[in-house]
Design a protein around this ligand. Sequence first.
Ligand code: COA
Length: 175
Amino acid sequence: MKRTAVYPGSFDPFTNGHLNIINRAMKVFDKIIVSVAHNVSKKTIFTIEERVDLIKKIFKDNPQIEVDSFHGLLVEYAKLKKTNILLRGMRSVSDFEYEMQMAIANKTLNPDLETVFMVTDSNYTYISSSLIKEIVTLGGSARHLVPEVVEKKLVQKLQKKQGDSSTHETRKQGS
Ligand code: COA
């Protein structure tokens, strides 16, 4: 029997920490569906399409990985994808409470669903998407934290955003 897991997340942006989880999970599962969530409570820098596109580029030569996005409940999406396995990474104790709450809530919605946790390698436990965005916004390098395609796009996007806001500031001062 083929084992498929859904790896859901906001991935804004996708980091080397996420990559680490997927690379290790590929030894456990036959197929991993990396799925970008439409998360209404998070203000994101990349659109869903941009995030999907970036992740597709990272795994373009890998038939074990499918890249997708979803709206609504994760349990419904997993059903649609004909799997009852969710994959999540756990970085530290502080992730535990949130992850446990989600896993239990999902199990309440679908008792057949299992959440499998992988502990993030120690090199990546401090990484988060927000931290990376902050580093790049303030002119730092995220080269060691994200795949190359992500870094390029992130720099383009955040520099454009900064350029736009400084033009706006100059206009405001001039008016
Ligand atoms: N390495 C580095 N960073 C990691 C990581 C890893 N291995 N694993 C998680 N993170 C970071 C992310 O970068 C992100 O950082 P940020 O908060 O600075 O953006 C943070 O951990 C959490 O992000 P993520 O794993 O993407 O989870 P999320 O909380 O954004 O989304 C969903 C979780 C999408 C799975 C959840 O909201 C969901 O299921 N939504 C669908 C609606 C639903 O069914 N709701 C009921 C759920 S019970």
